[in-house]
Every structure is written in structure tokens, then in C-alpha cells.
Design a binder for this molecule. Structure first.
Ligand code: 13P
Length: 252
């Protein structure tokens, strides 16, 4: 099944609104001819509306880096899916390893956020991945299985095709250490098999991104793998030229 490549830039806690606007203005002409990949940028909450405005009419879509599971209420400091939707957001990263590591995110809260994203018609990008200790301890598959089972609880075969999974080995994030294309493909294939067990043939439609030190130099090899359908990019998405080169190489 042909799955459309999806490349998303996770800006993390970088870029003020004016910096984000400048980045998108620079990126737009560099990727304007790209039709083979969905392009998404995920700024901080305060930068979202400026970036939505800057990206309007282009092939660049906007995502958030998190969402809360409730629509509204007494949750100081949080932002809901409906608020993001109204601000022009179309995608939502959920369960990034930095949220799991620093902010107490669990598979249960990932699942709650996922349901809220789907209810608001946001395309969820659900992040999973093992730490170095878990990989070295031979626990990668078990960890991913648990994250998928918990994170995707109650999701139906009808819904799964609209969900993007981002496989991000924690040891490859911001370290310059990328999984080799073969190593990444082996894990992506495992994820696809698990999704098939859970959802049957509908799993074929799920896009599985790779994340962790993806850059212009390795995006082609990674995305060429059968079960790697794009990337979730940190560092290399913070400069227009490197993000554009990474995207073009990935679809070349
Ligand atoms: P880097 O591309 O900087 O390794 O970050 C990956 C990531 O965490 C994207 O969500």
C-alpha cells in the first residue's frame, strides 16, 4: 500500500514567534514544489498562531507538541485540542520521550490525549521508543509492545489509519547517533507486525515515522526502507535549508 511520506519538524522549546515566522517564510519557497510528502512544523504554543498565518496557502501544515485530554476546565497551564484546532493546528505530537522523561507522561495519558486529538479531528503523531538501557538489555520489543498496547487502547481498526506513529529511539535523539537504516527498519517492521496483530489489515495504512538525529545526509536511506514512512525531526528542522534538504532527499 502506498503511504504518503510525512516529515514533521518538532521545534521543541525553540523559536520565538518572530523567529518561527522567519523560518517558515524561508522554508516556503524551498519546499513549494514538494507534493510527494506532507510537511508539518510543530512550534511552541505561543508561536503557533504566527506560524499558522505565515504558512497559510502553502504546503506547510502546523502541529502542536502536546495537547491536554479535556476540552476545557480547571487544568492550569494546559491547552486543549479544540483550542489548537481553532488556532489552525492540524496535527498533534503526543507522548514524546521528553514528555515521558521530564513531565510524567505515561501510556495512560498518551491514550487520553490520543482520544482527545481524534475527537477534535487533529492527526495524532504518537511517539514511542526505547532508551539505551532498554535496547542494550534486549527489551526494545517489549517496551514498544507495552507503549503500543497502552497508548492505543480502545482505538479501532477504522481509526488506526489516521494515526501516525513516530518511532524515536531515545538514545538517538539529539545525540547524533542515528539508528542504521537496517536497524530502524527491523524495529519499524516489528511495530507494523504488532499493529497488524492489533488492527488487522488496517495497519498497512499507518504511517510510521523515524525520529532521532535524522538529517539531510541520512533521510534518503532511512525513508527508502519499506516500513519507514517519514521522519520526526528535531535539530535539523530548526534551519530552513537543512529541513528542506532533508525533505527533498527523503523523497528523491
Ligand atoms: P533530533 O532530530 O534533534 O535528534 O530530535 C528528534 C526528536 O526528538 C524529534 O521529536
Amino acid at each position: 500500500m502506498a503511504r504518503k511520506v510525512i516529515i514533521a519538524g518538532n521545534w521543541k522549546m525553540n523559536k520565538t514567534a518572530s523567529e518561527g515566522k522567519a523560518l517558515v517564510e524561508e522554508l516556503k519557497p524551498l519546499v513549494s514544489e514538494v507534493t510527494e510528502a506532507e510537511i508539518v512544523v510543530c512550534p511552541t504554543f505561543t508561536t503557533i498562531s504566527t506560524v499558522v498565518e505565515a504558512a497559510a496557502g502553502s504546503n506547510i501544515k502546523v502541529g502542536s507538541q502536546n495537547i491536554h485530554w479535556a476540552e476545557s476546565g480547571a487544568f492550569t497551564g494546559e491547552i486543549s485540542a479544540v483550542m489548537l484546532k481553532e488556532a489552525g493546528v492540524e496535527y498533534a505530537i503526543i507522548g514524546h520521550s521528553e514528555r515521558r522523561q521530564y513531565f510524567g507522561e505515561t501510556d495512560v495519558t498518551v491514550n487520553q490525549r490520543l482520544k482527545a486529538a481524534l475527537a477534535a479531528n487533529l492527526i495524532p503523531i504518537v511517539c514511542i521508543g526505547e532508551t539505551l538501557e532498554e535496547r542494550e538489555g534486549g527489551k526494545t520489543e517489549k517496551v514498544l509492545f507495552t507503549q503500543l498496547e497502552g497508548g492505543l487502547a480502545d482505538i479501532t481498526a477504522e481509526q488506526i489509519g489516521g494515526i501516525v506513529i513516530a518511532y524515536e529511539p531515545v538514545w538517538a535523539i539529539g545525540t547524533g547517533k542515528t539508528a542504521t537504516p537496517e536497524m530502524a527498519e527491523e524495529t519499524h517492521n516489528y511495530i507494523r507486525c504488532q499493529l497488524k496483530d492489533m488492527f488487522g489489515d488496517a495497519a498497512e495504512a499507518v504511517r510510521i515515522q523515524y525520529g532521532g538525529s535524522m538529517k539531510p545526509e541520512n533521510s534518503a536511506e532511512l525513508v527508502a526502507q519499506k516500513n519507514i514512512d517519514g521522519g520526526l525531526i528535531g535539530g535539523a528542522s530548526l534551519k530552513a535549508e537543512s529541513f528542506a534538504d532533508l525533505i527533498k532527499n527523503a523523497i528523491a
